[in-house]
Write a protein of this length. Structure first.
Length: 267
């Protein structure tokens, strides 16, 4: 793994009733679930921020309940990404950025801007949206990842636009959403969405071995072979932080999948 590049692995959220049967110890107080999860995973994607505005005090509390080195990715407000005209999202973007995410401090990971599956790629409008995204908040550098969910984004024009504005593109290991691993930013963001209920670790051992190898390859600055891409040319080689989340699929298996992947990564 390249010097300076980190691999973070986790799940979406930490409040999920079925995890109280197969992840959290029986009897663990619910207010300690984040603390417990953060000691076994290295990242969590906060999903509640997509649906409602959180308070600065909540972000500060989450920061203080987790160990050094832990990272939160934050899903941006849907009020920004579901606009019919994305260029009009400026107020919603500002409201979200100013909602208190800076309270996470060094634990603030990428911001994920998730778009509806019906949202088509409109080059002019999408670039107008990208221009609305700030580079910093309260002195903290911001990293942005685009979770685009319509096949119209699988074109070189979109990739060029994302690279121009230095934003990453979410890679979805999914049959439901477009799946393309072209690198457009200085970090990698992967959402693995094929966990299976009948597999204790969500993904089989061979698949987890493969994803561990992919994580190391991405972090080293290269690109894993065999993943779907729009363009055949490789992105410039440079070390990249990697964020991998087990999301959707058989969600009850997500923590086991994340822990099994972490066990396969170099210490």
């Amino acid at each position: 793994m390249a010097k300076g590049a980190a691999v973070h692995v986790g799940v979406g959220g930490w409040t999920y009733a079925p995890w109280r049967d197969n992840f959290f110890p029986k009897g663990l107080a619910q207010h300690r679930e984040l603390e417990y999860a953060s000691q076994r995973l290295t990242a969590i994607e906060i999903n509640g921020t997509y649906y409602r505005t959180q308070k600065p005090e909540s972000f500060a509390k989450w920061r203080d309940e987790t160990p050094d080195g832990f990272v939160f990715s934050v899903k941006a407000s849907r009020y920004a990404t579901t606009q019919r005209v994305l260029a009009d999202a400026g107020e919603a973007v500002e409201r979200f950025i100013g909602s208190g995410i800076a309270e996470l401090g060094p634990k603030l990971g990428p911001i994920v801007w998730q778009f509806m599956p019906t949202k088509r790629f409109d080059p002019m409008d999408f670039e107008a949206f990208l221009k609305l995204l700030p580079k910093r908040v309260d002195g903290l550098p911001l990293r942005h990842a685009m979770d685009v969910r319509h096949v119209s984004f699988m074109v070189p024009d979109y990739l060029a636009l994302a690279r121009k504005h230095h934003v990453a593109t979410v890679f979805a290991d999914s049959d439901e959403y477009p799946s393309f691993a072209d690198l457009t930013g200085d970090f990698v963001y992967a959402r693995l969405m094929r966990t299976q209920a009948e597999v204790d670790t969500g993904y089989c051992g061979q698949a987890l071995d493969s994803w561990a190898g992919a994580a190391g390859t991405w972090a080293s600055g290269a690109e894993p072979a065999g993943l779907p891409k729009v363009e055949t040319a490789a992105a410039p080689k440079k070390a990249r932080d990697v964020f991998i989340y087990f999301i959707s699929g058989a969600k009850e298996r997500a923590p086991a999948a994340a822990m099994a992947l972490l066990e396969r990564l170099p210490r």
